[in-house]
Design a protein around this ligand. Structure first.
Ligand SMILES: Nc1ccn([C@@H]2O[C@H](COP(=O)(O)OP(=O)(O)OP(=O)(O)O)[C@@H](O)[C@H]2O)c(=O)n1
Ligand SMILES: C[C@](O)(CO)[C@H](O)COP(=O)(O)O
Length: 232
């Protein structure tokens, strides 16, 4: 029987947030951001297990203050992260000891708490059908490419998408893509780019403009607004 795993990288330092603590533990509606994110995966009936990745020094805190406190019974392991997001995900992939080649893995930032059940399902279905997918939304603004303060190009907007997570894959494929990147010293800002450079077609799945990655202080204001809007 094929399994579907969630891999949640939450081992960043939140430098751009500048909150004096890791942003995944900042409170939204009385609970840490990370707890909001985990809840969506805990409640998804097709998710068999969750692998959570945090800084090594925070593993006991994360276990007691997030996993146990909020009863996330699907969390199979809390895994130490690495220097960059890609290293953290790679640690997580290697920690899924029981993974079979055709099992699926949904990789989702711990700081994207507004992902929906519908997006998880669409991503899992696309990974099952095509081997790999990235959730994304169309770019709304005109994008400029620039060097040294001078614009060098204005790419056609209809070709441009903003990559979100989850990014979902057949386990054997994303594992091979990460193995190759590690061997070749390639560092990408998402997992989809590692899959792409294997030459495999990567499918787009419609995301949601509310599925933001909480990165800078303005994002906390947006997040509060989304929560208030949902309650009324
Ligand atoms: N070494 C790292 C870096 C990032 N992440 C995780 O990847 C997700 C997206 O990263 P980002 O928003 O860039 O988080 P930070 O690295 O924490 O932010 P910053 O770059 O501002 O320090 C977050 O859930 C973050 O915890 C991770 O697991 N391991
Ligand atoms: C994976 C990602 O969420 C896609 O948008 C993002 O690339 C990760 O974080 P970063 O801000 O690029 O470090």
């Amino acid at each position: 029987m094929k399994k579907i795993y969630a891999l949640i990288p939450a081992a960043g330092m939140g430098k751009r947030m500048g909150a004096g603590q890791n942003k995944q533990y900042l409170q939204l509606a009385g609970r840490p951001i990370l707890a909001h994110t985990l809840e969506v995966f805990q409640e998804a009936p097709f998710i068999d297990g969750i692998y959570l990745i945090t800084p090594e020094s925070e593993i006991p805190f994360c276990r007691s203050e997030v996993v146990e406190r909020y009863g996330f019974s699907k969390v199979r392991a809390v895994v130490p992260g690495g220097a960059e997001r890609q290293h953290s995900v790679y640690n997580g992939l290697r920690a899924i000891e029981a993974a079979g080649p055709d099992d699926l893995v949904l990789i989702h930032d711990g700081v994207r708490p507004f992902v929906t059940q519908a997006i998880l399902k669409a991503a899992a279905d696309a990974a099952e059908s095509f081997g790999g997918c990235v959730v994304a939304v169309p770019v709304k603004d005109t994008v400029k490419v620039a060097r040294d303060g001078i614009v060098t190009a204005t790419p056609p907007r209809e070709d441009l998408w903003l990559a979100q997570t989850p990014q979902a894959f057949r386990y054997s494929m994303i594992r091979a893509a990460h193995d190759a990147a590690a061997a070749q010293g390639f560092l990408g800002t998402d997992d989809a780019s590692l899959f792409e450079r294997q030459g495999w077609p990567l499918h787009l799945v419609s995301g949601d403009y509310r599925n933001i990655k909480i990165t800078t202080p303005e994002d906390m204001i947006l997040a509060e607004a989304f929560l208030n809007h949902a309650q009324h």
